[in-house]
Ligand binder design. Structure first.
Ligand SMILES: C[S@@+](CC[C@H](N)C(=O)[O-])C[C@H]1O[C@@H](n2cnc3c(N)ncnc32)[C@H](O)[C@@H]1O
Length: 225
């Protein structure tokens, strides 16, 4: 793992461990659904209920990659679709801080619609001393991301797939030239990401993309124009 300061490093270790401890439950859930013949690319109300208290944190290597991309970009303003308990948010806020931006001027806008998860995330931000760099917008991203000030340097898309299109539609107009959007699991859930790929393929949106070979696929999309 990246060598962060001890307080942040210990918290990340604790949260990644907690998230990984739920992997077996997730695997069981999907195994049972597959047995019932349910299309696993469909994210329905039952899955939403099952996931409502799970961390489902971004994998360590992907989160570290996001940190490094944000450092390379000198990222100041970031949007994250899908905060959960705040694991990826901590990496993004650390990048903004380490880029030397003042809190508030440098900002990660996160969004989470489960109140208990948002509460837990806020306490993690405080514990890490990164709260001043984070604007956690609680509620449905179709509302919470309706108003964003440009320019945005980086976006992390780590959200249930039915929300991917609403999220990119709201944030894309704010992306600056050279901004990067990272989206998780685009190979595993390629069908569910179909509308996202259509959005990227539309020349009017000025985006180009490549799927990176992380586990499940990690989409690396750049704003060109
Ligand atoms: C994969 S998890 C995010 C994990 C997080 N990025 C991390 O690394 O810890 C996706 C999160 O998006 C939240 N979510 C799903 N639909 C949402 C919506 N419409 N608005 C806001 N948050 C939503 C879920 O509750 C879930 O916590």
């Amino acid at each position: 793992m990246l060598a962060f300061e001890p307080k942040l490093g210990a918290l990340l270790e604790e949260l990644h461990t907690r998230s990984r401890s739920q992997d077996g439950l997730l695997a069981d859930y999907y195994r049972k659904r597959a047995k019932r013949g349910v299309d696993l690319s469909v994210f329905d109300a039952d899955t939403e209920r099952f996931m409502s208290d799970k961390l489902v944190a971004l994998d360590v290597d992907k989160a570290e990659f996001c940190y490094h991309v944000c450092r390379a970009l000198g990222a100041k303003r970031i949007v994250e679709a899908g905060t959960s308990f705040g694991v990826s948010t901590l990496y993004l806020a650390a990048a903004v801080r380490d880029n030397g931006h003042a809190p508030g001027d440098g900002l990660v806008i996160g969004t989470e619609h489960e109140p208990d998860k948002a509460l837990a995330a806020r306490s993690h931000f405080e514990r890490a001393g990164l709260a001043p760099y984070i604007d956690l917008r609680e509620g449905d991203l179709r509302e919470t991301l309706a108003h964003i000030d440009a320019p945005i340097d980086f976006m992390l898309m780590d959200i249930w797939t039915p929300m991917v299109l609403p999220a990119i539609e709201r944030v894309a107009p704010c992306l600056r030239r050279g901004a990067v959007v990272i989206a998780d699991n685009t190979t595993t859930f390629r069908d569910a990401y179909d509308e996202y790929f259509h959005f990227i393929a539309n020349p009017a949106n000025g985006l180009r993309t490549q799927t990176l070979p992380f586990d499940g696929g990690l989409e690396f999309t750049v704003k060109e124009g």
